[in-house]
Ligand binder design. Structure first.
Ligand code: FHN
Length: 421
């Protein structure tokens, strides 16, 4: 019966008592940092003088680069600009509450010291260090949850890994052999050697049945029972739901879920398409996702030297400043009870509706029909403790103070008594 459910039905039918006991921090966190960093970062979206568009981490696939050629790139991958403290400090300054970084993406290259393969950052590069240990420590000591992304099925380096159709005949692959010899042992390394992982972020599942998948994750859960698995482990076996890339659900969604977005249209670093989401766009995206009850995990793509792009640094820090003033309306909130309005969206806490004014009305007035609860007071976060409001029946009208327009988004908090339907 369960198998006949669609993924939506499966997730929508999940009751709170089926949730992972450790899901609480995730639901409160609201804002995460995704990091895509690998050999592809050095190629930056170009191969043999040809520019490839779309996501930089797919260049091996887009350019159909044979393994024999692609693996040579490791010999000149030496990210001496990598600085775990700088990366973790940026996350903290940005108001980030959890970080997920690619331990191994589809290219099959391990960005950590793996005993399962020599195709990793310690054995195959002049860098010879494991950046993940340092990053995990720097991140955790700032109270930020740390986790790994792992491409459990697509592995374009391995003869039996998924989806390398240019070096191998996909129909002749023994996926179970790949899982037994690489994916499962590597996942065990990651869950054993890097301290407590808040999240293991699986991606693009495939090659195994639900039962086979359940078997291998049962073993992983024994290693770290507190770790949360993303829904892309497949077969509905995750602890929270990931929507599609750059997807926000149309309506408020109960439970734990996450929207994931790039910062500049590519997960992996590229040296073109400098279309970085501005602080205003990031804040509006965060408010939109939080207003539906979910988390936003925004990606940064460091370059091949280990440097985070300057616009990611700059714009994430400005987002952090906004959160320093308005974070109360995001962290620990759930979906808003005031439906989306032309001027913005809302989030909730008990007895409070946070109105995120994304597009300030020209007359400075917020009109909220259907606010059928008794309003006690209205304030601006980080601003006036009391702003004028009036109720005409169940229509609430708030007059915004002048001068708030410059803000990335003004947040009005409406304190009310009773039950807002
Ligand atoms: O193919 C990957 C892609 O490279 C990237 O890692 C995204 C991030 O969500 N996941 C897959 C596409 O959905």
């Amino acid at each position: 019966q369960a198998n006949s459910q669609t993924m939506d039905e499966m997730w929508d039918s999940r009751s709170s008592d089926q949730e992972h006991p450790n899901i609480g921090w995730f639901k409160d966190a609201k804002f995460g940092m995704f990091i895509h960093w690998g050999l592809y970062s050095k190629l930056a979206g170009e191969w043999k003088g040809k520019r490839y568009y779309g996501s930089g981490e797919w260049i091996m696939n887009q350019a159909r680069i044979p393994i024999a050629e692609y693996s040579k790139e490791a010999a000149t991958f030496n990210p001496t600009n990598f600085d775990a403290e700088k990366w973790a400090q940026l996350a903290e300054d940005a108001g980030i509450k959890y970080m997920v970084i690619t331990a191994k993406h589809h290219e099959g290259f391990s960005m950590y010291d793996s005993k399962v393969t020599d195709f990793d950052i310690v054995e195959a590069t002049p860098y010879k260090k494991d950046p993940m240990k340092a990053l995990a420590e720097s991140t955790r000591k700032r109270g930020i949850q740390f986790g790994f992304y792992y491409s459990q099925f697509q592995d374009w380096y391995e003869p039996n890994g998924g989806k390398n159709t240019w070096d191998f005949d996909e129909s002749k692959k023994d996926y179970q052999q790949y899982y037994n010899n690489k994916a499962i042992p590597q996942l065990k390394e990651l869950m054993t050697n890097y301290g407590p992982l808040g999240i293991v972020w699986f991606d693009t599942p495939g090659g195994l049945t639900k039962e086979q998948t359940n078997d291998f994750i049962k073993g992983l859960r024994k290693l770290q029972p507190n770790s949360l698995f993303s829904s892309r482990v497949g077969h509905g076996l995750g602890d929270y739901r990931d929507y599609g890339d750059s997807e926000i659900p149309a309506t408020p969604i109960k439970g734990a879920w996450e929207s994931i977005y790039t910062h500049n249209d590519s997960w992996g670093y590229i040296n073109h398409d400098m279309n970085f989401k501005t602080p205003r766009e990031i804040v509006h995206l965060l408010a939109q996702v939080a207003s539906k009850g979910g988390n936003l995990m925004l990606n940064v793509g460091p370059d091949g030297t280990g440097k985070i792009p300057e616009y990611s640094e700059k714009f994430l820090r400005e987002t952090g400043k906004w959160l320093a003033r308005n974070g109360e309306s995001i962290y620990g909130s759930t979906y808003g009870l005031v439906p989306a309005q032309p001027w913005g969206v809302s989030t909730s806490k008990p007895g409070k509706q946070y109105l995120h004014v994304l597009n300030r009305p020209l007359d400075g007035k917020l009109v909220i029909p259907g606010f059928n609860a008794n309003v006690k007071s209205v304030a601006i976060l980080g601003g006036p403790a009391s702003v004028p409001f009036k109720k005409r029946g169940d229509v609430l009208e708030i007059t915004l103070p002048a001068g708030e327009a410059a803000n990335l988004a003004t947040v009005c908090v409406v304190n009310y008594a009773g039950k807002l339907a």
